[in-house]
Write a protein that binds this ligand. Structure first.
Ligand code: SF4
Length: 178
């Protein structure tokens, strides 16, 4: 049986529970991520399974997929990214509003995978910052869900000031993004 610990005296009462703004916003963001699936090849099929009834990404509040970057806050990159596709991926990332997160799914998106060749980007982190990497070729839906849960942990614990910090801006500047 699970017991819920009592809140300290003065922080709880009928109709209210005191907390900090950071925690409430983090909790709301964590449970309402809107993914933009950028799927180019086989890993995308695993994502389709992840959205299906058996694995059901909707359980994590992420059933609302967006194919419009301006209405998405989680970019999920799945599949081989050719160098010609790089500028498109980057534009999609830049069009997303802050705060935004990036999940790199599978070996190809994370490192080029088996395609160590002139035409394939050897990891999307060469053009955009990545928050969580999911290994595998292809990763199973359980691994993709695990990646989403790792993103949720980051989202919940992120400070509201992070996106305005000098460190964050400096990190974006290393990618040439303002
Ligand atoms: S990592 Fe493997 S399964 Fe995923 S896109 Fe590349 S080749 Fe396909």
């Amino acid at each position: 049986m699970v017991e819920i610990a009592k809140a300290p005296e003065g922080f709880e009462g009928p109709g209210f529970f005191a907390t900090s703004l950071d925690k409430v916003v983090g909790m709301a963001r964590k449970n309402s991520l809107w993914p933009l699936p950028f799927a180019t090849s086989c890993c995308g099929i695993e994502f389709m399974a992840t959205m299906g009834a058996h694995y059901d990404l909707a359980r994590f509040g992420s059933e609302r997929l967006s194919f419009s970057p301006r209405q998405a806050d989680l970019l999920m990159v799945m599949g081989t990214i050719a160098k010609k596709m790089g500028p498109v991926l980057r534009q999609v990332y830049e069009q997303m509003a802050e705060p935004r997160w990036v999940l790199s799914v599978g070996a190809c998106a994370s490192s080029g995978g088996i395609f160590d060749t002139y035409s394939v980007l050897q990891g999307i982190d060469r053009i955009i910052p990545v928050d969580v990497y999911v290994p595998g070729c292809p990763p199973r839906p359980e691994q993709i869900l695990d990646g989403v849960i790792k993103i949720q942990e980051l989202v919940q614990n992120e400070s509201l000031r992070r996106r305005d910090s000098a460190e964050y801006k400096a990190m974006l500047a290393t990618y040439g993004i303002e």
